[in-house]
Write a protein that binds this ligand. Sequence first.
Ligand SMILES: Cc1cc2nc3c(=O)[nH]c(=O)nc-3n(C[C@H](O)[C@H](O)[C@H](O)COP(=O)(O)O)c2cc1C
Length: 238
Amino acid sequence: MKILILNGSPRGARSNTLRLATAFADGFPDGTELETLHLSDLNIKPCLGCFSCWTKTAGRCVISDDMKTVRRAIELADVIIESFPLYFFGMPTAIKTMTDRCLPFMKTYLGTSDEDGKSSFHQLRDERMREKKLVLISTCGYVQAQPMYPALLKQYDLICGEGNYTAILCPQGELFGYDGLAERQKNAYLADVRTAGAQFAKLGKIPAETAERLKKPVLSAGGFQVVVNNHWGSGDSL
Ligand SMILES: Cc1cc2nc3c(=O)[nH]c(=O)nc-3n(C[C@H](O)[C@H](O)[C@H](O)COP(=O)(O)O)c2cc1C
């Protein structure tokens, strides 16, 4: 089994979200291979929109850059974890750029319409790609996740098809960026993420009970407000 973490945070190895993604991977059994690519360290240029990959080069991108490394890593992985912060209710630039550059994975669109409106209407060049599991792990700064993620989830539903990916969405993400803040609660949350990883490795999904636990924010709304006020409210940290 091989896991690929695509870290889309501009904070690279210091990413809050990466702590969760790493905990998830830690839950996998011994012998699982893990590769982490920090997209912020790579040179990945934006898609040119030339459609050469659809019309001329049969799935090969005309741009020569580090997307080759990402593509190869995706091809070799069984589980792909996209790990990134929520930026303005959506994905940050590095993940969007990388996603756009995945167009060569798809077959040329020839005007068909989807039957049920629920699954991606793009056909894949290599159907074996469907055997890979996609896990989306994201943190955001807001006190709760639910009001923050509808646009991103809709986008993933449209790209992947509903139910074709697994998501762990964690609010209060900044807590993970500072040692000494809510350590007990953070460690409990990370232990649940590790359990989710172990269960995912075994079952290919996160059981409902674990998923429900992961939906509960690290701190209560009141507790989070106190921590935020104490930590960020002082002139020193502003
Ligand atoms: C440019 C920018 C936009 C952001 N947009 C949102 C947002 O829409 N909603 C939210 O709750 N947090 C937002 N945040 C907060 C981040 O999602 C949060 O700090 C996250 O934990 C950072 O994770 P990282 O360390 O993995 O990059 C934003 C942060 C930045 C820098």
